[in-house]
Design a protein around this ligand. Structure first.
Ligand code: NAD
Ligand code: MG
Length: 378
């Protein structure tokens, strides 16, 4: 019996990667549902190729392929509809940003596996996600390469045996730039990621290192370890995807060429592995040298701010995430400077970091307040 997979955000970088992987594993998986934000042309191609039973597009433009076809669902509700269908076993949440929250909660509430690329929603609603998981009995498996690496290294050992998680970071395009030059980096500079080809928002997040802050908080919620036991190290080659240090001093790492195909497939098969001959053999000599550096905290303030927000708890992680998302939007629209992204985050955290986050509505209120605050700063 094949397992049904819903891909939310199928037209994005992770979504298209997932379809490439699924096309090779039709013996195990079937594409049951696809949703996209607005790229109707690409969604139409995907539907013609994979024939999902359910198709949703959040924004169907005037010439949208969905409107003509008649059977595509529209509006933000389509994300939830796709996530809870009975023919869906696994929901791959590859949406970018806070928009993915309700679909994650709905899928977990109805007992599905959520293969989570959409780290922003775990950061903003960590405790809501944990509750939905408990209530519905669903499971949450990371797609993010660092967290996939950690999950594989942990191999089911209890957290009492773990001394420390070490997340690797490529360092982004500004790894060796002086701080004052980073301050006024352009969008083109920020989009020149050295090792990964990804969507725009995460590429900018990788340049500020806000992405690594989101990942530290993501690791805290996924693996239940305190922030003191989660470190970050710069590793420019992106070959060692992360490390786990155990209490006896032994350190395990997971390695591979930087390709999201491997963690995407693992998120679907975990704890099993599926043979995939399309992934080339790993050549340690070709991958050499592998180097590691400390993070330059002073040059990348967003990392420190995000980790502090994670430690603070309450709505602070949601405020960090929302302020960052809003500021990245303004930066990509050419309205603020690169350095203003971290300034926006700091300001929003000062103003709203202390808000409560006991319910979905409190989390959304903190998210909205942070966004409004950032828009009004400029
Ligand atoms: P992307 O911008 O390439 O794709 C985003 C997808 O989400 C698109 O299909 C789009 O249609 C959909 N989408 C956007 N806004 C939406 C909305 N409001 N409602 C519904 N759908 C919406 O982004 P990406 O690079 O694929 O990243 C997706 C997620 O995966 C992000 O959370 C990112 O941090 C995470 N991630 C990405 C990579 C990578 O290699 N790209 C690696 C690790 C984690
Ligand atoms: Mg990552």
């Amino acid at each position: 019996m094949t397992r049904g997979v819903a891909i939310l955000g199928s037209t994005g970088s992770v979504g298209t990667t997932a379809l490439r992987v699924l096309a090779r594993h039709t013996d195990r998986f079937r594409v049951a549902a696809l949703t996209a934000h607005s790229n109707a042309v690409l969604l139409r191609e995907q539907v013609d190729r994979f024939h999902p039973a359910y198709v949703g597009i959040v924004h169907d433009g005037p010439n949208g392929a969905g409107a003509d076809s008649g059977d595509w669902r529209t509006g933000p509700e389509c994300l939830i509809e796709a996530a809870v269908r009975t023919d869906v076993d696994i929901v791959l949440n590859a949406i970018v940003g806070a928009a993915g929250l309700d679909a994650t909660l709905a899928a977990l509430d109805s007992g599905k596996r959520v293969a989570l690329a959409n780290k922003e929603t775990l950061v903003m609603g960590g405790s809501l996600v944990a509750e939905a998981r408990r209530r519905g009995g669903g499971d949450l498996v990371p797609v993010d390469s660092e967290h996939s690496a950690i999950l594989q290294c942990l191999a089911g050992r209890p957290e009492t045996e773990v001394r420390r998680l070490v997340l690797t970071a490529s360092g982004g395009p500004f790894r060796d730039w002086p701080a004052d030059r980073i301050e006024s980096a352009t969008l083109d500079d920020a989009l020149r990621h050295p090792t990964w080809r990804m969507g725009r928002k995460i590429t900018v997040d990788s340049a500020t290192l806000a992405n690594k802050a989101l990942e530290v908080i993501e690791a805290h919620y996924l693996f239940g370890l305190p922030f003191d036991q989660i470190d970050v190290v710069v590793h420019p080659q992106s070959v060692v995807h992360s490390l786990v240090e155990f209490v006896d001093g032994s350190v395990l790492a997971q390695l591979g060429a930087p390709s999201m195909e491997v963690p995407v497939l693992y998120s679907l098969t975990h704890p099993d592995r599926a043979a995939d001959a399309a992934v080339p053999a790993f050549d340690p000599v070709a991958a050499s040298p592998l180097t590691f550096e400390r993070v330059r905290d002073d040059a990348f303030p967003a990392l420190r701010l995000g980790i502090a927000a994670g430690r603070q708890g309450g709505a602070a992680p949601a405020v960090f995430n929302a302020a960052n998302e809003e500021a990245v939007g303004l930066f990509t629209a050419g309205r603020i400077r690169f350095g203003d992204i971290a300034r926006s985050i700091a300001d929003a955290l000062d103003a709203f970091g202390g808000l409560p986050s006991r319910s979905r509505s409190e989390v959304l209120a903190a998210d909205a307040a942070a966004r409004r605050h950032v828009r009004e700063m400029f």
